[in-house]
Design a protein around this ligand. Structure first.
Ligand SMILES: [Zn+2]
Length: 77
């Protein structure tokens, strides 16, 4: 079972559905028992939806949503 740090590190890949099923299952299992990570994932998922909808409507400058999302990424070591 991954710990919080590993789970948050894979958050973006998880939301992009770029993880193998076995990793997704591990993360889902972690989220079931960890409200901290649940909150972080829900926040990111919601943020992505907002950015996607807004980007379609307002034509955000190129790279804007990437930079925005990068602000919320866990710090790499
Ligand atoms: Zn956690």
């Amino acid at each position: 079972m991954p710990n919080c740090q590993e789970t948050l590190k894979e958050l973006e890949l998880f939301l992009d559905s770029e993880l193998p099923n076995v990793r997704i299952e591990e993360i889902m299992a972690h989220l079931t028992g960890c409200t901290d990570c649940q909150g972080a994932f829900e926040f990111h998922a919601e943020l992505r939806t907002i950015v996607r909808v807004k980007a379609k409507r307002d034509h955000l400058p190129e790279g804007f949503s990437d930079r925005l999302l990068a602000c919320f990424e866990p710090q790499s070591e």
